[in-house]
Design a protein around this ligand. Structure first.
Ligand SMILES: [Zn+2]
Length: 164
């Protein structure tokens, strides 16, 4: 490992320094100095490598933290919605805001439906309606004619869009 190599290099440096201090023979001292310099270069290389690894890992941690925050935000956003059946005649489903889940700032949100396949895939796309009961997703083109009435059926029973 890089940490082990760095520790070994520094340990060798210390031994050489001790040897150099005790050496009276000039030629031997010069040899030890050369060896010391080489070991110093080696230790610096190991440190540089270690620093690179630390920086790389910090970057990875930062990216993972961001991903976690994104996933938590997506989870929080998803909890605001509930699956609802649009119209009475067809089995066409979309997500709609749960009652009371409107964003507080900005004075509420307008009633809307979110595409079920897109939302389950992690993308929020608001459905478009032609005003005559046809709803579709502008992104994946998932859509259906659910009838003229804008009635919405969800777990609590049946309500009209005007109730929201
Ligand atoms: Zn869609």
């Amino acid at each position: 490992m890089e940490i082990g190599a760095a520790i070994t290099a520094f340990s060798a440096l210390k031994d050489l320094a001790v040897g150099l201090l005790g050496e009276r023979d000039r030629q031997k001292a010069a040899t030890i100095e050369v060896e010391f310099t080489n070991k110093l270069i080696e230790a610096q290389a190991h440190l540089t490598q270690l620093l690179g690894t630390v920086i790389e890992q910090q970057g990875r941690i930062g990216a993972l933290e961001q991903r976690l925050r994104d996933m938590q935000a997506a989870q929080t956003e998803k909890k605001r919605y509930a699956l609802a059946k649009l119209g009475a005649g067809r089995e066409f489903f979309a997500y709609r805001l749960r009652p009371g889940a409107e964003l507080e700032q900005g004075g509420g949100e307008v009633a809307h439906f979110v595409c079920q396949p897109c939302f389950d895939g992690g993308k929020k796309v608001v459905l478009s309606g032609n005003g005559e009961g046809y709803w579709w997703c502008p992104a994946c083109k998932h859509g259906a004619d659910v009838g003229g009435a804008s009635a919405v059926v969800f777990s609590g029973g049946r309500r009209d869009l005007s109730d929201f």
